[in-house]
Design a protein around this ligand. Structure first.
Ligand code: AMP
Length: 190
């Protein structure tokens, strides 16, 4: 299996690159943010709970997010592999994912981390707000909170994968195609 953690701050281009990767490598795309948003749209209990955190730019609690991710993976028993987009976002999530994959006799192949300067992230998110309809993209205070949360709670997850020699940092600037080519160079080593 090819299992990728696609990592990076909000606005780094994880969703855009995921679409290209799943097409080329025939993987299942699991974005915890997308799953939360579809629950919000469907007005489920999970959606109501997630919304109360997402609108403020806070992380949804680990117990809820881990359980959700595990049940989504279990829905695809014959997958060739997965792209985890926006998960793990905390050290406990990374540890839980390793344990869960281990039980299923598989593991993370690579973490691909997209690196983008903070000013560029803010510009991209404000632009995305015009079309995404996402409340968390529209408010500069919420954007700043998401970036701060990333730096404080999520960025350390890189070290977890670096210790396993699975971390690959890629500059997330330039054209979408050039960034994709850089990602493919890493994935084609698998
Ligand atoms: P995203 O679509 O990845 O930008 O995620 C949007 C929001 O969903 C985040 O700001 C969090 O509130 C929530 N979220 C998504 N993934 C996670 C996660 N792995 N852990 C906790 N919260 C998450």
């Amino acid at each position: 299996m090819l299992n990728i953690v696609l990592f990076g701050p909000p606005g780094a281009g994880k969703g855009t690159q995921s679409e290209k990767i799943i097409e080329k490598y025939d993987l299942i795309h699991l974005s915890t943010g997308d799953i939360f948003r579809s629950n919000i749209k469907g007005e489920t209990d999970l959606g109501n709970l997630a919304k109360s955190y997402m609108d403020k730019g806070q992380l949804v609690p680990d117990e809820v997010t881990i359980k959700l991710l595990e049940s989504e993976v279990a829905k695809h028993p014959s997958a060739k592999g997965f792209i985890f987009d926006g998960f793990p976002r905390t050290s406990p999530q990374a540890e839980a994912l390793d344990k869960f994959l281990d039980l299923r006799k598989t593991s993370i192949t690579y973490m691909i981390a997209l690196d983008v300067p903070e000013d560029e992230l803010k510009t991209r998110l404000m632009k995305r707000a015009k079309t995404s309809g996402r409340a968390d993209d529209a408010d500069p205070k919420v954007i700043q909170h998401r970036i701060d949360t990333y730096n404080r709670e999520t960025a350390p997850v890189k070290d977890f994968y670096a210790a396993q020699k699975k971390y690959y940092g890629i500059l997330g600037l330039g054209t979408i195609d050039n960034i994709f080519t850089a990602i493919c160079k890493v994935l084609d080593k698998a």
